[in-house]
Write a protein that binds this ligand. Structure first.
Ligand code: HEC
Length: 132
């Protein structure tokens, strides 16, 4: 039936559109969260971001309108809104980008050493245990 074929065609076109717009996240690249429950921004997260991220997301430059140099700033997020939801590190765009699970990897290729699996695990544990 022509009508059924048209409906099928529309459905395929719709799915293709969704595929293009939704950010593809490769969760196999995201390391597990550390089991530590005492992770804090000032003690654990800030020092590693200072080395790797501040030059583009600090006092001088705010790429993507994002600063990661204070707890208040990182909680506020960037031009696309919040970069994580407390308690949900697995769906966090911050975690996805530092893990290289999305196209837009942070730090960008050739712009600094990527964070280690252990460091990313700490960022996840920090988010999951309340982002203090
Ligand atoms: C050499 C510069 C540079 C470095 C270093 C860098 N970034 Fe970025 N970052 C960018 C740019 C440019 C964008 C904006 C990308 C775009 O919108 O196309 C961005 C965007 C982001 C975003 C998305 C913000 C939003 O709301 O869309 C996050 C999250 C992020 N960076 C986190 C980090 C973290 C965490 C680090 C350190 C591990 C880091 N970046 C290091 C340049 C950098």
């Amino acid at each position: 039936m022509l009508k059924n074929q048209m409906i099928l065609g529309l459905a395929v076109a719709g799915l293709t559109l969704v595929g293009i717009t939704a950010a593809d996240v490769d969760m196999t690249k995201v390391p597990p969260a550390s089991t530590r429950t005492d992770v804090t921004f000032d003690k654990d997260i800030k020092p590693m971001f200072e080395k790797t991220c501040f030059k583009c997301h600090g006092a001088e430059k705010q790429k993507g309108k994002l600063r990661v140099d204070s707890l208040a700033a990182i909680k506020k997020g960037g031009e696309n809104g919040e970069v994580f939801v407390v308690g949900k590190s697995g769906t966090s765009s911050l975690v996805h980008s530092i893990s290289g699970a999305v196209e837009e990897i942070m730090p960008p290729d050739g712009k600094g050493d990527p964070l280690s699996k252990q460091q990313i695990g700490l960022v996840r544990a920090w988010i999951d245990s309340g982002a203090k």
